[in-house]
Design a protein around this ligand. Structure first.
Ligand SMILES: [Ca+2]
Ligand SMILES: [Ca+2]
Ligand SMILES: [Ca+2]
Length: 169
């Protein structure tokens, strides 16, 4: 009898932990997943009359996990150079529905330049889209220029997208 009641207690505990699952997504079965890792570095020039401000910065590494229930994710980065050139990068990764294992990447960079960071003087934009086959990494460079007359500010974003596709079911 004692043994039986212990087992019933364990079953009850298991039911409670299932009910306590944090979201519907985590309770759904996972058939496969993508881990899309993005990293790289950026080179930024703030043009100045006498001495340009130029520097390189690392991008913080982001891993976006794509599932049946979450087929699209995004990440963002921003940098400030010379106290006036503000660069934003936004990237998203999404599953290509009719080609299992493939992902589509959209990348968009915006350059703002005024007398502080961040600022809202939008002086340039650049974007690209590309597809990544399963278990492949791709290197890209996205350049955004300041299109204000006479400006030579720019940013060159060098990044790698690595997509790992795993089937679990
Ligand atoms: Ca400047
Ligand atoms: Ca400056
Ligand atoms: Ca400006």
């Amino acid at each position: 009898m004692r043994r039986l009641s212990v087992r019933a207690g364990l079953v009850l505990a298991a039911v409670v932990s299932l009910l306590g699952a944090p979201s519907a997504a985590s309770a759904a079965p996972i058939n496969d997943f993508h881990d899309v890792t993005i990293n790289g570095w950026v080179h930024i020039k703030d043009d100045e009359r006498h001495h340009d401000d130029i520097d390189n910065y690392d991008m913080h590494v982001e891993t976006l996990r794509l599932l049946d229930t979450v087929p699209k994710q995004w990440a963002a980065w921003s940098w400030c150079q010379g106290d006036e050139v503000y660069v934003e990068l936004h990237m998203d990764a999404s599953r290509i529905a009719d080609r299992p294992g493939w992902v589509k990447i959209n990348a968009k960079a915006d350059l703002y330049e005024m007398w502080d960071c961040p600022n809202d003087d939008h002086d340039g934009t650049a974007s690209m889209s590309f597809e990544v086959p399963p278990n492949t990494s791709v290197n890209k460079m996205l350049r955004v220029d300041n299109h204000e007359k006479g400006s030579e500010d720019y940013a060159e974003i060098h990044f790698t997208v690595a997509s790992y596709f795993t089937k679990t079911g």
